[in-house]
Write a protein that binds this ligand. Sequence first.
Ligand code: NDP
Length: 256
Amino acid sequence: MTNRLFDLTGKVAIITGGNGGIGLGMARGLADAGAAVVIVGRNRTKSVAAADGIAKAGGKAVAIEADVTDRNAVKTAVARTADQFGRLDILVNNAGINIRKPPQDLAADEWNAVISTNLTSAFLCSQAAHAAMKTTGGGKIINIGSMMSIFGASFAPAYAASKGGIVQFTRSCACAWAADNIQVNAILPGWIDTELTQRARQEVDGLHGKVLARTPAARWGVSADFAGIAVFLSSAASDFVTGTAIPVDGGFSISG
Ligand code: NDP
């Protein structure tokens, strides 16, 4: 019973930004559970290396080069997935960037770059995936938020706006597509050791220590911490779970 609940054999998943960090942790988890995974990113070398690593570990994976802010590139990536695998069951909207500046210093093009990469991309990818999922009787969409979906941050106004928006977008799609048997949920990662936060640790004074002090689990997260939640939200185990925003944060968000 347990195995069947979490079994993704025969399922096909797209993971944007799946070539490193949190996205790769989720891609590995989905592949281990039996899904064929499509790694979407701009850096082809990194995406091919990620897909090869999954294949070497016994999984099914391919890389597709696409910029998730480009509507046509997104449509092509979804069409190529459906052509190659005959279906699309799972979409993980994970690609993201941050530009760390206080609101008074952020240029309009920097604001737009963050919003389009973190938020508009989820709209474009979800819209492109919806028809393919509907055809096969349902699907799962997972959007990646942040602690900044909940909290403000003086150094990340566009990022926090995009991550707050992703939660409301998740709820809206969950309402709109429940009748199509598509469950849409968000994951809110705490502080996770990836390329994104390695830069943050250099740019934000004292960040490392502050994160450790506030996280009850007393450590930074790692990409492998996202395998389980990705499998749960992609599998039959979560068929009555929709519109949620689940922190995966070692307790950061409940700590005073
Ligand atoms: P990484 O920088 O390691 O990964 C970001 C990924 O996004 C890369 O694979 C990158 O691939 C991809 N990406 C960025 N821009 C685009 C684009 N325009 N088109 C396609 N792909 C793109 O960061 P993380 O793993 O840390 O972050 C993953 C997600 O998790 C992000 O949404 C981030 O905001 C979120 N998050 C991270 C936290 C953390 O502590 N690390 C905390 C909370 C949320 P490529 O360069 O090849 O395009």
